[in-house]
Design a protein around this ligand. Sequence first.
Ligand SMILES: [Zn+2]
Length: 102
Amino acid sequence: MIENIVGVIVGVIFWGGIIVGIPWLMSHLQKKARKRAAEKEIICPNPNCGYKGKPKIKKCFSVTVFIILWLLGIFPALLYVILVRDKILCPKCGMTAREFLE
Ligand SMILES: [Zn+2]
């Protein structure tokens, strides 16, 4: 009887930790990545623009959407993480930039 109760409690803590912990970790990593990206500088790939400096970050990844998908299952959530990323844009012409100046 006691073993059963302990088993249930351990199970709830374990699965609860995974269900709550993964979105929390994703949101934490996302915040860190955004902060890092905003501190770096880009060179605009548009030859007519040639902007060099701080990028504009377009927020595409939403933690709320991630949590909804996560509750639906691990695969939709995983696909969302792989496919949806924040975009790094040139603030002058709006072109998507990829390379960061180190
Ligand atoms: Zn530009």
